[in-house]
Design a protein around this ligand. Sequence first.
Ligand SMILES: *Cc1c(COP(=O)(O)O)cnc(C)c1O
Length: 450
Amino acid sequence: MSSNQSLSKRDLSVLWHPCTQMKDHENFPIIPIKKGRGIWLEDFDGNRYLDAISSWWVNLFGHANPYINAALKDQLDTLEHVIFAGFTHEAAVELAEKLVEITPEGLNRCFYADNGSAAVEVALKMSFHYWRNLGQTQKKQFITLENSYHGETLGALAVGNVPLYKETYAPLLMDVITVPGPDCYHREPGESWADYSTRRFALMEQALQQHSDTVCAVIIEPLVQCAGNMRMYDPVYLTLLRAACDKYNVHLIADEVAVGFGRSGTLFACEQAAISPDFICLSKGLTGGYLPLSAVVTTDQMYQAFYADYQNMSAFLHSHSYTGNALACRAGLATLEIFQQHNIIEKNRSLAEMMTKVAARFHDHPHVAEVRQTGMILAIEMVKNKHSREPYPWQERRGLRVYQYALSKGVLLRPLGNVVYFMPPYIVTEDQLLLIAEVAWQGIQQAVKD
Ligand SMILES: *Cc1c(COP(=O)(O)O)cnc(C)c1O
């Protein structure tokens, strides 16, 4: 029989884990999970962990969700996968119909890929290729925001801006135009989110004015830069950006891989600015956290620019082996059915209020510079000096201490640097939120010692 110890030992002799300095595991055990049920994960020694970060932001309705399980079991006996060029299947068609229906107006063409980074690559290539098909070959650059994150493949990494992930590979990456962002952590005391975001938009407008001739698209994470330490900004920035992209004839790519499917408080974050991007990239929550799948939903106009006789050589010849995987599509459908049948967006409003309530005490913590929230994402900025906002040196890895303390208390929190955040599945209860907050509080107390 496997135990935590026996499985970790076997793991560490053959595996290489994502986003991990493997040598850390000389000191910190890796945790083998035996099963998941609802918000709980259980390891091989019988310890339980409350999944307060939705297993890297993907899980929406709990582990081993009975409704999604049943849909998948049915799909498994029908069709697991089929080549998606020249062939199609019911789950892919139905999911695309639903996505077209629920995404912002004008987005009515769905292209599948199998993870968030791949969706970003698809959107970048499609945007570039669109302009090329129109004869505008001088358009070959992208505008991106400071502190943005769009994934780890080379194209996605190039349009991202988190130095921790990007710097090493910089020599391999295409050049992009990086604009200072609207991150409201940097607003002046007393300045509103809307005022700061509006003020910062001037820099984006400038970049567009200067470079629009050579720029294909602006790519942005609507409302929350999640991997960039959960930094947030006001919807007005998106409204202004949509208008400016129209004015300067540049596409707008909304990367809602993390904030889509209710995370921001609305089904899609773009709704809060009442805008439609030219591309929306979706993944993570798309399958409820079950299977890798992503979708890029775009406009008829985009689609038509590729639609021509074969000899024109204007088709989008991008593919992945598992494009439109039937099991993943079915999990996506079941997930969207849960949203509909259980009025999730409305219910999440009271959950988000509970999150605000349980985190209220952190505002006055002597080592917390800011508590911020957008919908179902709440972040606590832990700092060395509350007044000057001087951060702890990254080498001290204070966030890691919170992580380890929380695990010892049965809660999975995984701070980004020194930012502790709650991003629970939508099935979280008030008692569980209270537990998360209490453990985070105690964890921060431990982490700021000495
Ligand atoms: C996670 C993430 C990605 C990358 O998705 P993967 O599935 O991890 O490749 C892209 N964009 C944003 C905003 C993300 O949060």
